[in-house]
Design a binder for this molecule. Structure first.
Ligand code: TYD
Length: 135
């Protein structure tokens, strides 16, 4: 399981800023799906699952939110607050998404189609599989 914070190249001039992502270069997998979380209440809590095989690139294209990654023995908190900052998730990582700002739009670029069979939604099941994978 791997996570990586990626800073994309920004093109900034007096008109504003532009960020561009290219497959293979900025997105290290073939893109099959893009979805966005929006109209999010501040107190909402999303995620609370892990994926078995899916690779994802999370980008907060507006506003900000807090991503918590759970590695069983420790948790890592990451604030996504800029369209030029991405969080790459590859492999079995339990994630929780909270603290949505009023204008938050979280866009997720994914390596595969939606498949409920790729989800682990039970934390106990996640811990068991995580410990098994660590052997
Ligand atoms: P859910 O997994 O609860 O979202 P999150 O984990 O981000 O809080 O998904 C909410 C609903 O949307 C659920 O019924 C499944 C559906 N869904 C799709 O149909 N396609 C998708 O690509 C995603 C991510 C979810």
């Amino acid at each position: 399981m791997v996570y990586k914070i990626v800073n994309f190249k920004n093109f900034i001039d007096k008109r504003g800023s532009l960020v561009s992502l290219e497959c293979d270069k900025d997105i290290p997998f073939n893109v099959k799906r893009i979805y966005s979380l929006y109209n999010l209440r501040n107190e909402a809590e999303r995620g609370f699952h892990a994926h078995i095989n899916l690779k994802q690139l999370l980008i907060c294209v507006s506003g900000n939110c807090l991503i918590t990654l759970d590695f069983v023995k420790y948790r890592k908190e990451i604030i996504l607050d800029n369209p030029s900052k991405g969080l790459l998730l590859n492999g079995l990582i339990w994630r929780e998404i909270k603290n949505f700002s009023p204008n938050c739009v979280l866009t997720v670029i994914a390596s595969d189609f939606y498949d409920e069979k790729d989800y682990i939604r039970s934390y106990d099941e996640y811990v068991a599989k995580f410990n098994l994978d660590a052997i």
